[in-house]
Design a binder for this molecule. Structure first.
Ligand code: FES
Length: 115
């Protein structure tokens, strides 16, 4: 059975087999999610947010729950540990380096408008 998952903020949507990890679905959608441990729940770099609900996703497993401690209450999940079994929407945080570059470019554009 195939299920649909949408990644925000890009809005990219893909169909994947039920049971696919969010990380693998993101790769299929061409949505970059940073990892260092390649899905072993060790690096904690693959955090994603659930802006609406966790419907369509597996509940946190023991490993994920232990790694995220209190964060899972706020809708944060590890993409490598979370599996899709129904329609789901997840939000991928912006890469910190890209965010810093984007902010700097916005400041530069504002400065340019002053001249
Ligand atoms: S990929 Fe490292 S914790 Fe998920």
């Amino acid at each position: 059975m195939n299920v649909e998952i949408t990644f925000l903020p890009s809005g990219r949507t893909v169909m994947v087999r039920a049971g696919t990890t969010v990380l693998d679905a993101a790769r299929k959608a061409g949505v970059p999610i940073r990892t260092r441990c390649d899905g072993k729940a060790a690096c904690l770099m693959c955090k994603v947010a659930l802006p609406h609900s966790s419907a369509g996703l597996t509940p946190p497993n023991d490993n994920e729950r232990r790694k995220l401690a209190g964060l899972d209450r706020m809708g944060t999940r590890l993409a490598c540990q979370t599996r899709v079994f129904g329609r789901a929407i997840v939000e991928v945080p912006e890469d910190p380096f890209r965010a810093a570059v984007r902010k700097q470019m916005m400041r530069q554009a504002e400065d340019d408008e002053l001249w």
